[in-house]
Every structure is written in C-alpha cells, then in structure tokens.
Design a protein around this ligand. Sequence first.
Ligand code: ZN
Ligand code: ZN
Length: 251
Amino acid sequence: MKNKALFILFIIGVMLFSCKKQTSIEILSGPVGTNDNRQVGASAGELLSATSYVSLVVELQYSPGMQLQPQTLINLQDFLEQRLHKPGGIVIQSKQVGSIGKQTVTTSDIAAFTDQNRKAYTDGNRITVYVYIADASFSTTNVVGIAYRNTAVCLFGKTIQSNSGGINQASRVKVESGVLLHEIGHILGLVNNGAAMVTAHEDGDNRAHCTNTNCLMYYTIETTGLMNMLNNNIPQLDANCINDLRASGGK
Ligand SMILES: [Zn+2]
Ligand SMILES: [Zn+2]
C-alpha cells in the first residue's frame, strides 16, 4: 500500500516535470534553468543591456583535446566588453568535461549533454552563457558551430581542428574566434532574430544572417567556408549589425 502511494507520487512528479519542460519557453523567471531554456534570440536584450542583468558569467566547457587557444578567450572577452552593458562585470570560466561519446552529434545530443554538464544558470541579476566545445562533428556536414538556446552555443572542435592551423589553412585562433563570436552574435539576436533591424540587411536565402560577405554574421562563417579565407583577420560586425545591437540595448 505504501509502495503504491509512493509510485503515484512519483508519477505525479514526472508529469509536473514534463509539463514544466514543455512550457518553459514562455517562463521568464522561475526555477533554476528555465531562464536558459528558451529560443535563440530570446535573451538578446537581456544580454545586451543592464536593465535585467548587470553581470555576465560565461561557462565554457570543452571535451578532452578541445581546449580553445588562449587568444580566442581574450577575443571573446574583448567582444563582449565592447558590445554588452554589464557594469557588474563579465567573467569567462573555462573547464574540461568528459567526452560527448559520439563521432557525429545532433542538436538533441548537445541539448542532453548540456543538461547533464552545465552548472551556471541565469539567476538574480546575473545572466549566464554556456559555451560547449564538442569532440565531435555535427550531423550537418561542414557546420562548425551552432546557437541552440537563448544562452547556449556549441562549437565542433574536431571539425575546427582538422580545418585550421595547417598549410593552406587559416589559423586556429582565427577560425575558433570567428565561429565563436558568430554564434554569440546569434544569441545577441542577429540578424533579425531577437534584435530588430534598424536597416534591412537579413540574407533572404540564409535566415538570421547578414547580407554583407565581409561581416562576422555572414552565413559561411559558421561553415568550413571560413577556413578558405587565408588572411588571418578575424571577421568583424559591420555597421548594420552593430546598429541593431545598439538599438536593442547594447553598446
Ligand atoms: Zn550563423
Ligand atoms: Zn552584418
């Protein structure tokens, strides 16, 4: 009898949990984690301005062998300081985690890995961003990075390493930085995906990307196409993208 009652309680618990998960996109504040389980672009204003959150913690986790170059972390810090209003500070924490355990992964695999490993969640007046460097390739060939939640992005470290740093290849720092900042650009709402456009510049053929072939938000930046550009300058945001970020509360 007691076991039966416990079992019913367990089932009710599971049902409550599932319901909460399904509706979490609409929940703006609540239990730990729900703030960070929304769609890409949903936190653009929260990340850019200091209205809701005055500080930012970037939790960066990499699988064995996938650690980013020190200069890439400096480039990330500089980019965030340059565009975000976070008077309480911006801190990047980098840590090794286990392998994702597959050669090729889907967005669902990455989401499941995130739920198991992510420690920092948005709370109080501090917003968090999760960056995962996977020891795997993505199920869509040639894609080297994705933004998959409002505060989460993933880089495919294996694909990046095999396409950078060699003869006739762009440097590791350029490719890592280009892809990472591009994906961060997506969670900041670019292009037309959370940050409204001041001037129309969304690529009609590639949703949420910029029409300017020289812009950080051009669609090829998150594919192995970036590695074909042999100069080692890291792509920058163009004026249209910067104007959008400013109009949504950024610098
Ligand atoms: Zn993109
Ligand atoms: Zn642009």
